[in-house]
Design a protein around this ligand. Structure first.
Ligand SMILES: [Zn+2]
Length: 242
């Protein structure tokens, strides 16, 4: 149904009106819009079905995040982890952070097959300034999402823009590490992801050895992102703590 919605953008502390004819929107929904705030997630604060506007004056809502999350979540440091097979699937979590890609925005991935131990990040070869920025990102919990399914992993890092970092991890070795930021050398996003992976794996090993074994699946989301993306604005859920 056509609607006119108010969208609040926390990063700009700004509320603007958008026209919507593509989604069934409700207060609390997390959305992306076109126009000058393209790429920034916003939250629907009001929906109106009674309006008369000139279309040319309005930008549209172009994506609705799928924040319908179910499952069991366990604390692991700064993050919550789940071992449920479907909870926090990358296809879903991607919609929380990443605006839809344009048709010509497909990624091409090239990989050299080299690997290095997760225990020795110096072998990533990041220069010192980059390593320090990555360390800062990690400490600020900017690795909002991390999933490792078998050997195949991906993570979303919230920098000035969100980036999805992909990697392979097996037998203590990292390979195929790629980040789509415009940096041809090892970047701060990669450093932050590896530090987060190291922390989360060591917490899992220590606390949940019966729930996660290498080769299995875990997904982690930062407590901050869980609050902002999943809990805020949702009124149709039940939270069970034990
Ligand atoms: Zn990067």
């Amino acid at each position: 149904m056509k609607s006119l919605v108010q969208v609040y953008f926390p990063r700009r502390d700004l509320t603007l009106s958008y026209y919507n004819d593509a989604f069934d929107l409700h207060r609390g929904d997390r959305v992306f819009v076109e126009g000058k705030l393209e790429g920034l997630p916003g939250r629907v604060t009001a929906v109106s079905y009674n309006f008369k506007i000139r279309l040319a004056d309005y930008k549209r809502v172009i994506a609705l995040a799928d924040t319908d999350v179910r499952g069991q979540f366990y604390p692991a440091g700064s993050h919550l982890v789940t071992f449920d097979a479907d909870a926090l699937a990358p296809e879903k979590v991607r919609t929380w952070f990443l605006p839809p890609t344009a048709e010509d925005g497909a990624y091409i991935v090239g990989q050299d097959g080299a690997s290095f131990p997760l225990s020795d990040l110096s072998s990533l070869g990041a220069d010192i300034a980059v390593a320090e920025r990555g360390q800062k990102y990690y400490a600020e919990n900017r690795v909002a999402y991390l999933v490792l399914d078998g050997a195949s992993g991906c993570a979303i890092v919230e920098g000035t823009k969100p980036y999805e970092v992909e990697f392979t991890y097996a037998d203590g070795q990292v390979s195929g590490l790629v980040c789509p930021c415009y940096c041809s050398c090892p970047c701060k996003h990669q450093v932050a992801v590896l530090l987060q992976l190291r922390e989360t794996l060591s917490l899992l090993e220590e606390r949940y050895p019966d729930r996660y074994a290498p080769g299995g699946r875990f997904a982690a989301v930062s407590k901050g992102a869980f609050l902002t993306c999943v809990l805020d604005g949702r009124e149709d859920m039940c939270l069970t703590l034990s």
